[in-house]
Design a protein around this ligand. Structure first.
Ligand code: GLU
Length: 600
């Protein structure tokens, strides 16, 4: 979503209050897709996919809040304006750099499965076949206990300076007053119309008159405003142990199928077993971040149950064996594709909710990177899928074969920093765009379908699959909120949505910036490609056109092109407190980056 011309300059953005934004902001969106994607300045910054949400976060900073406060307020606003990507019905991963202590910490706010979840939850008992993905997704089976609200609470309690109650208010205001529907929002509804049409609570909100809302119309969500205010008054217990949680559980166990659905849905809508005791027992975790050194930088990422940190880290360690700045562009991209294919093979075999610290350490070790990097031939692409490495072997010893293809375009990401130098990188999601398609009746938010991030059956046979469903288990994620330090100080913070392509997008922006001579805005805008250990590289058309012939000459093949990969946000920290805040100039309708001050 783009900034309007009224918000085109950083300076004007800083003058507006959150309350003034919703109706004014998006309607006047200029044709120029560059507006709003980059802001340069000082004193703090916020970048997200959405101008209203970014403005909410900037306002928190302007009033003296810190990066954590701003991130939580921004995320709450995204729950209103980006409801198909994130919200209190979902989960996410929060990475925090504390400037005073010079430490990086993380919160795992991933959804967890019900206590009753069995390994075969996504296998049809009638024919013993795994459900089709849409059948599994639009069901109560796919919903795990949401972790988003618990993440906000933990972050504000540990590191924030404002109450969660106060940080929910601007978002409640946006939900009450409404915001202007843009083309991206409308398209997301249109893509989900059949699923949304099955549930009255969802179609009442998002299919007014049975159709996706018109571009330029105002969308209000008073139920969500009330839910935010109820939580603000009563605390998060009202969600995890109270009435809101009871409504979540009722929706999962008795999907609110409409008496007269709009459109048809090809599958039965199955109930789930998530219970009030699952919600009452939910806790966020605080895993140690993953770390890897890359050309003098220290890269901090998200550990299990996300595979983001280990996979980005392993690929960087493999890439570090070559001086990418000195090779040709094609050779650098060849190495990039090979490094991710190898790292994805290892991720699929070894990374899941219960991956031990010893395995995380091994995957991120330089010796492991050497064992994997030595398989790369500068003149010929490896045959895909490449097998995972054997953790007990020495040298280049391939084992059996790799894993499934995953692609998503849901989820959202934000980056925030404050005048004290604290930094937040936060990726949050409800899994598919539109989650499980059920708005909790009377509460105004969609439920996640995060449990479908589990593999439905063993993808690693005869070896075991680390990402099969299990009681209370959290599915493996690809979310990769990343903070990079240089000489112990923030240099870059970045993250993206995009399912498993999150990992390659984060990696590609990193190497574009660090190795390939691009500025951060250039690194973000550059065409993307993703090799996740599948036969063909998945690429945006511009990438395929530009680099396809060179890579094909080395034996790479391309799968069908995809219109866009990712919707990243990032902040670079320059000298003397300078900030370059960036969002996507074009992808997902363009994002919104703002700084507190444009001058020192
Ligand atoms: N559920 C996905 C994950 O945790 C993210 C979904 C997406 O970005 O499309 O990796």
């Amino acid at each position: 979503m783009r900034l309007s011309s009224a918000l085109a300059t950083t300076a004007s953005l800083t003058l507006l209050t959150a309350a003034a934004l919703p109706n004014a902001a998006i309607a006047a969106s200029p044709a120029n897709p560059k507006i709003g994607a980059t802001a340069v300045g000082y004193g703090g910054a916020v970048t997200s996919v959405d101008s209203t949400a970014t403005a909410v976060g900037l306002e928190v900073l302007r009033r003296g809040g810190n990066a954590v406060d701003a991130a939580v307020a921004t995320a709450a606003a995204l729950g209103v304006t980006e409801p198909f990507s994130a919200g209190i019905g979902g989960g996410g991963f929060f990475v925090y750099y504390d400037a005073r202590r010079a430490t990086v910490s993380t919160i795992d706010g991933r959804e967890s499965g019900p206590a009753t979840m069995t390994e075969d939850i996504f296998v049809d008992p009638a024919d013993h076949q795994p459900y089709d993905f849409p059948e599994a997704r639009v069901s109560g089976l796919s919903t795990g206990t949401p972790g988003t609200l618990a993440t906000w609470e933990a972050a504000t309690r540990k590191w924030g300076t404002r109450s969660l109650s106060s940080l929910l208010q601007p978002a409640a205001k946006v939900a009450d007053k409404g915001f202007t529907v843009d083309a991206t929002f409308r398209q997301q509804v249109a893509d989900n119309a059949a699923a949304f049409g099955q549930f009255e609570s969802t179609s009442d909100l998002y299919l007014p008159g049975g159709q996706p809302p018109a571009v330029g119309s105002t969308l209000r969500n008073p139920d969500l405003a009330d839910t935010y205010r109820l939580i603000a008054r009563r605390g998060t217990d009202v969600f995890y142990k109270g009435q809101v949680g009871a409504d979540v559980v009722r929706t999962v166990q008795h999907p609110p199928v409409a008496g007269q659905p709009i459109g048809t849905w090809a599958y039965p809508i199955r109930p789930g077993t998530l219970s009030r005791s699952d919600l009452a027992k939910y806790k966020v975790n605080f895993p140690a971040p993953t770390t890897s050194d890359y050309r003098g930088l220290t890269v901090y990422g998200m550990s299990a149950p996300s595979s983001g940190g280990t996979t980005v880290g392993e690929a960087l360690n493999i890439l570090e064996k070559t001086n990418l700045a000195r090779t040709s562009k094609i050779q650098a991209l060849h190495r990039y594709a090979e490094s991710t294919a190898l790292s994805f093979a290892d991720r699929n075999r070894y990374v899941g909710a219960y991956t031990s610290q010893a395995v995380v350490k091994k995957l991120l070790s330089d010796s492991w990177a050497s064992q994997r990097a030595c398989q790369i031939d500068p003149a010929h692409a490896l045959k895909k899928p490449v097998p995972p490495g054997d953790l007990n072997a020495q040298g280049c010893t391939p084992a059996s074969v790799g894993g499934p293809v995953e692609l998503g375009q849901s989820t959202t990401n934000l980056t925030a920093t404050d005048r004290w130098g604290n930094v937040v990188e936060y990726t949050l999601t409800i899994e598919q765009t539109g989650g499980n398609a059920m708005v909790v009746p009377g509460r105004g938010f969609l439920l996640n379908n995060e449990m479908t991030d589990f593999n439905f059956t063993n993808t690693q046979a005869p070896a075991s699959d680390p990402n099969l469903p299990g009681p209370n288990k959290r599915p493996r994620s690809s979310m990769a909120p990343t903070i990079v330090l240089k000489h112990g100080k923030p240099f870059l913070a970045l993250g993206s949505p995009g399912g498993a392509t999150i990992i390659t997008t984060v990696l590609q922006v990193l190497i574009n910036r660090v190795d390939l001579g691009m500025t951060l805005p250039q690194a973000m805008a550059a065409p993307r490609a993703s090799q996740r250990n599948t036969a063909g590289i998945q690429a945006e058309p511009a990438f395929h056109q530009q680099y396809g012939p060179g890579l094909e000459a080395l034996g790479h093949t391309f799968g069908p092109d995809v219109a866009e990969l990712g919707a990243a946000t990032a902040i670079e920290f320059t000298r003397h407190g300078g900030l370059i805040a960036t969002a996507e100039p074009v992808r997902r309708g363009g994002g919104a980056a703002g700084v507190v001050r444009s001058h020192r």
